[in-house]
Design a protein around this ligand. Structure first.
Ligand code: AMP
Ligand code: MN
Ligand code: MN
Ligand code: MN
Length: 283
């Protein structure tokens, strides 16, 4: 079976490898088709595509868009997008500006808790000045000796109820799906098991996602348990959605899994790539 890894991050967002290094590592880990899906930025796609072409693995142009839905932050992956599409680009530019403004508020909150200078510190870890996120703050806090690793940072800081947490309004689910579709892409609901959704809210989300033109559910991802693989395989089928697989790799030993690792999709799923022209992906 071919190894599809359709979710990972380069230093264009909060990964540590640059796009070419990431593609190289994916090939070494046995990935046949890789999608680069940086948070809210498509700036790494050309470099990654060139590298994939050079070493002969399949490449899919992607992005992971930050969304607020019913007061909850969601991530929607777009696959096979045109990164040059103007509507998508202007939407992402808006989110990037929001990230910068949020980062200033995060730094202000940390300052109130006795950690000054975190904006500059986090920016220092952001290889792409357009894209600043909590992971950059986490790396700064680790470097400062405040916490020993990213896991600890996200337990003690930057999350609801902890120092450095701020609320933020991302774009709407409708906007994210419209931009992805307008640019020719397919929308995937990323790591649904991670969201803070109570009761029937997950089902309401899947229904709305499908209604708005969503295509797939990320069934296998670095942050799902085996039980969640089975649950979301079933829900994908129930809502007429196909299934995706991705590591959510960021850095060796950090958030997500190693590139290309993790189980195959459960056999009851229809893979999102069922009607892709794999030879075209490889071209
Ligand atoms: P942001 O989009 O700026 O709010 O940052 C979200 C990112 O933080 C995720 O994509 C992960 O890379 C990282 N993250 C979230 N939770 C954790 C965690 N528990 N441990 C390590 N990294 C995390
Ligand atoms: Mn991330
Ligand atoms: Mn995500
Ligand atoms: Mn991700």
């Amino acid at each position: 079976m071919m190894n599809f890894d359709l979710h990972c991050h380069s230093s264009i967002s909060d990964g540590v490898l640059n796009p070419a290094e990431l593609v190289q590592r994916a090939a070494e880990k046995g990935v046949d088709v890789l999608a680069l899906t940086d948070h809210d930025d498509v700036g790494g796609l050309d470099e990654a595509a060139r590298k994939a072409d050079e070493i002969g693995i399949g490449f899919v142009r992607g992005v992971e868009i930050s969304v607020t839905w019913s007061g909850v932050t969601l991530h929607v992956v777009g696959l096979n997008i045109d990164g040059n599409h103007s509507e998508l680009q202007s939407g992402l530019a808006e989110i990037q500006a929001g990230r910068r403004e949020r980062a200033e508020r995060i730094a202000h909150e940390l300052d109130k808790h006795g950690i000054p200078g975190a904006f500059e510190g986090a920016m220092h870890h952001a290889a792409n000045p357009r894209l600043i996120g909590r992971t950059h703050f986490a790396r700064h806090l680790i470097e400062q000796g405040v916490c020993k690793d990213a896991r600890t940072v996200f337990k003690k800081y930057l999350v609801r109820g902890k120092p450095g947490y701020v609320t933020h309004e991302w774009t709407s689910l409708e906007n994210a799906l419209n931009w992805i579709r307008a640019s020719g892409g397919q929308a995937v609901l990323a790591h649904p098991g991670r969201y803070d959704l109570k009761g029937k809210a997950t089902r309401r989300l899947l229904g709305e996602f499908k209604e708005l033109g969503g295509e797939a559910v990320e069934v296998v991802t670095g942050s799902h348990t085996p039980d969640q693989h089975a649950l979301f395989a079933e829900l994908a089928n129930l809502y007429g959605l196909t299934a995706s697989r991705g590591s959510d790799f960021h850095a060796p030993g950090e958030y997500g899994r190693e590139l290309g690792s993790g189980p195959d999709l459960p056999s009851k799923c229809t893979p999102i790539w069922h009607n892709w022209d794999i030879n075209k992906q490889k071209a």
